[in-house]
Write a protein that binds this ligand. Structure first.
Ligand SMILES: O=C(O)c1cc(=O)[nH]c(=O)n1[C@@H]1O[C@H](COP(=O)(O)O)[C@@H](O)[C@H]1O
Length: 233
C-alpha cells in the first residue's frame, strides 16, 4: 500500500511477535515502519515479509558501513526484498556510496537510498573525541553534499539541520529526521531534537519516531496526537 504520510515509526522491538503486535495496531495508510538493527538481527527477513504482508512500506535501517563491494551487495539484498528505503553511513565515503547507487541502478531497483550524516545522539564533543574537529552542523553539511554528489536520494540528519540542507541540497533531496520529540516527551539518549511540527516547518521530508509512540500507553492515540499537531502546524 502506498502512503503519503511523512511519519515513519521505528519498530525497535526485541522480538518479531512484539513488533507485529504494535504493527497490527497501526494503519499502513497513515505511517511507514522502520525495521532496525535489533529487530532484524533477531528476526531476519521474516519480519520484512510479515510487515509487507500487512501492507506497510518499510525503511530497512541497517546503516551499512563497510568496503564498497560489501555495501553494494548488502544494499542490493535489501532492495530485492522490496523495501521502500535503505540506508548507509555517509562516512563510509564517496566510493562506498557510489558503489551502492550504481548497484541499485544496474539492477533497476527503485528503493530509496539515503545516508546517515551525523547520528542525532551525537554532539560536537562526541565528534571531537572521534577526531572530527568541525561542529556537528558543519560536518552534517559536508556529508550531505557528498551524499548528493554520489547520487543518493537524501540523508538522515537531525531536524535542526533540515533548513540548511534544504538550502544546500534542494527540496527534492530527502531529509529523514529522527530525534523527534513531542514537547512533553523524554529526550532519552537523543541530543539534537525537535518537535514534529517544528521539524516539518524546518524542511524535514520524513519524521522517524520511535519511543514516543512505541512506548506510549496507547500508541494509536500518540500517533493521532502527532498527526493533529502536524495538521494544525
Ligand atoms: O537512521 C536512523 O534511523 C537513525 C539515525 C540517527 O541519527 N538517529 C536515530 O535515532 N536513528 C534511529 O531513529 C530511531 C529513533 O527512535 P526514538 O529515539 O525512540 O524516537 C531509532 O530507531 C534510531 O536507530
Amino acid at each position: 500500500m502506498s502512503c503519503d504520510s511523512p511519519l515513519i515509526i521505528a519498530l525497535d522491538h526485541s522480538s518479531l511477535d512484539a513488533a507485529l503486535c504494535l504493527a497490527d495496531r497501526l494503519d499502513p495508510a497513515r505511517c511507514r515502519l522502520k525495521v532496525g538493527k535489533e529487530l532484524f538481527t533477531r528476526s531476519g527477513p521474516e519480519i520484512i515479509e510479515a510487515l509487507h504482508g500487512r501492507g506497510f512500506q518499510l525503511f530497512l535501517d541497517l546503516k551499512f558501513h563497510d568496503i564498497p563491494n560489501t555495501v553494494a551487495g548488502a544494499v542490493q539484498a535489501a532492495a530485492e526484498q522490496g523495501v521502500w528505503m535503505v540506508n548507509v553511513h555517509a562516512s563510509g565515503g564517496r566510493r562506498m556510496m557510489e558503489a551502492a547507487r550504481e548497484r541499485l541502478d544496474r539492477h533497476g531497483l527503485g528503493t530509496h537510498l539515503i545516508a546517515v550524516t551525523v547520528l542525532t545522539s551525537m554532539t560536537g564533543e562526541d565528534l571531537a573525541e572521534v577526531g572530527v574537529a568541525a561542529p556537528a552542523a558543519e560536518h552534517v553539511e559536508r556529508l550531505a553534499l557528498l551524499t548528493r554528489e554520489c547520487g543518493l536520494d537524501g540523508v538522515v540528519c537531525s531536524a535542526q539541520e533540515s533548513t540548511r540542507l534544504r538550502q544546500l541540497c534542494g527540496t527534492d533531496f530527502l531529509k529523514v529526521t529522527p530525534g523527534i520529540r513531542p514537547r512533553s516527551a523524554e529526550h532519552g539518549d537523543q541530543r539534537r531534537v525537535m518537535t514534529p511540527a517544528e521539524a516539518m516547518a524546518a524542511g524535514s521530508t520524513h519524521l522517524v519516531i520511535g519511543r514516543p509512540i512505541t512506548q506510549a500507553q496507547d500508541p494509536m492515540a500518540a500517533l493521532q496526537a502527532i498527526e493533529q499537531e502536524l495538521a494544525a502546524g
